[in-house]
Design a protein around this ligand. Structure first.
Ligand SMILES: [Zn+2]
Length: 122
């Protein structure tokens, strides 16, 4: 049951990542859940939107704060298609998010994608 929720949430995060890709950004996405319900989601749009802080995790945090009308996301879980950078890790900490879920299979795919499409060795 818990694994089903993880797979469902990660699939939605990957769909967010595909939106970023279609906009010419890095293919990273994130969603936020609380009690099994999606309360926020987002994808990278720092290049296309011109705001260096528009990383998927922070966009998802802003969306969840807006939807929950709170800056305290205690009890939420964030699902990311990539390992959060230091800026996003700080945002996750500041928002009091208790659980971070990563999908290594998705990360592997998107690292491969980035190497193929952006020439990155990361
Ligand atoms: Zn970040």
């Amino acid at each position: 049951m818990q694994n089903d929720l993880h797979q469902k949430c990660m699939a939605i995060a990957i769909e967010e990542a595909k939106k970023a890709k279609s906009n010419g950004d890095w293919p990273f996405g994130a969603i936020m859940t609380k009690n099994g319900e999606i309360v926020g989601k987002g994808h990278v749009k720092d290049k296309s939107g011109g705001d260096v802080t528009d990383h998927a995790e922070l966009v998802a945090i802003r969306d969840a704060c807006h939807n929950l009308k709170s800056n305290n996301l205690e009890g939420c879980t964030i699902y990311c298609t990539n390992e959060p950078c230091l800026m996003c890790a700080a945002g996750i900490f500041q928002a009091n998010i208790g659980k971070l879920s990563l999908e290594l299979r998705a990360m592997t795919f998107y690292v491969y994608y980035a190497q193929e499409n952006y020439g990155s060795k990361t």
